[in-house]
Ligand binder design. Structure first.
Ligand SMILES: [Zn+2]
Ligand SMILES: [Zn+2]
Length: 349
């Protein structure tokens, strides 16, 4: 990756699909500049879906563009967005796309994804989230780069803490490069349970960071988080039902574990799953706090399943709780990134 290419990468605004989950059917928009298919609009308008076009205060158009920072008020939520906000019609609801500079996108992500912590931990999150935002293309087929949910990274527009803003500013333009050259997606998760995993093993796709030990002085660095060790107990018949499968065969038969001890391939009620897909399927059926990680084992008796595990999340890349613990000990952002991405270097623009 040449510095020139890096520069080009960070110069292009991100395309973030926002407010999709809200399924908006009415929005009040306010921005310094608003246009309706290129024609100027007042600074405050109400947008609703029409039959085939948007209806904007009596006018019809296919796209409303808000520039210079926009405020959107929906029924239950009001958000401010930096950059440009484009509104169009999709399946009877309003579709919002935020074109935003990565540096303006990050403060909200760091706030939402890490919360509070020492400045070094926030800076680490900023670098990891920046690298992810510039490399992840999970919605390319739908015509945008990122969604605003934890599927990609949680993003709530201009809403951000001062500490997160400072961390983004301090690390401006910094990304993680594998071997000092290759820009690859950097993933993160709440707690690794003592050992992180490779993206290849968990997702089957490429990403920065080998699996590393997160144990120091005999205990995982992330062991201080609440519910580090957890149990999820469920009736076998209920699990089958939640997965939409027949209650036949074993409920949970690990076929392969990676070096971190995470189940990466398994059979459940006769169907093969990757560990990540199984965790998602159980999460969708029973909530994300049920099967909290795939660093897990099972005991079964009398039709009852008892999953016991450690950690929270997919386990790939940065362990956020481990990073917070290191920051508490006075390790700086570089030092923390070196622990979780030892084959990478931070590139300063
Ligand atoms: Zn997404
Ligand atoms: Zn950890």
């Amino acid at each position: 990756m040449t510095p020139l290419l890096l520069l080009a990468l960070s110069a292009a605004p991100l395309q973030v699909r926002v407010l999709e989950r809200e399924k908006p059917t009415k929005a009040r928009l306010e921005a310094p500049t608003l246009t309706c298919d290129g024609k100027p609009l007042p600074k405050k308008v109400e947008v609703v879906p029409g039959n085939r076009e948007l209806s904007v205060g009596g006018a019809k158009c296919t796209e409303v563009v808000a520039s210079g920072g926009a405020t959107v008020a929906l029924k239950d939520v009001t958000r401010r967005f930096p950059g440009v906000l484009k509104v169009s019609l999709e399946g009877g609801v309003l579709r919002f796309l935020n074109e935003v500079d990565v540096e303006d996108y990050l403060p909200s992500v760091v706030t939402a994804e890490l919360g509070d912590g020492k400045p070094a931990a926030l800076e680490v999150q900023a670098v990891v989230s920046r690298t992810f935002a510039l490399t992840a293309h999970r919605h390319g087929k739908a015509g945008y780069g990122l969604c605003d949910l934890s599927h990609c990274q949680v993003y709530r527009g201009a809403d951000a803490s001062d500490a997160a803003k400072a961390a983004v500013k301090k690390t401006k333009g910094q990304v993680v490069l594998v071997g000092g050259v290759a820009l690859k997606p950097t993933f993160f998760h709440a707690s690794c349970g003592g050992y992180t995993s490779r993206a290849q093993d968990v997702f089957g796709d490429e990403g920065a960071g080998p699996g590393v030990s997160d144990v120091e002085g005999g205990a995982p660095r992330c062991a201080g988080m609440p519910d580090f060790a957890w149990e999820f107990v469920i009736e076998k018949v209920k699990l089958a039902e939640g997965l939409g499968l027949k209650n036949e065969g074993h409920a949970f038969e690990p076929l392969r574990r990676d070096a971190a001890g995470r189940v990466v391939e398994l059979r459940s009620f006769g169907r093969r799953f990757s560990g990540a897909d199984f965790q998602s399927a159980v999460g969708r059926a029973f909530g994300w706090q049920s099967l909290r990680s795939m660093k897990v084992s099972l005991q079964e008796a009398e039709g009852l399943l008892r999953f016991s595990g450690t950690g929270l999340g997919h386990g790939v890349g940065l362990c956020q709780q481990g990073a917070k613990a290191l920051a508490e000990k006075g390790v700086d952002a570089r030092g923390i990134l070196q622990r979780y991405f030892p084959d990478s270097q931070v590139r300063v623009p």
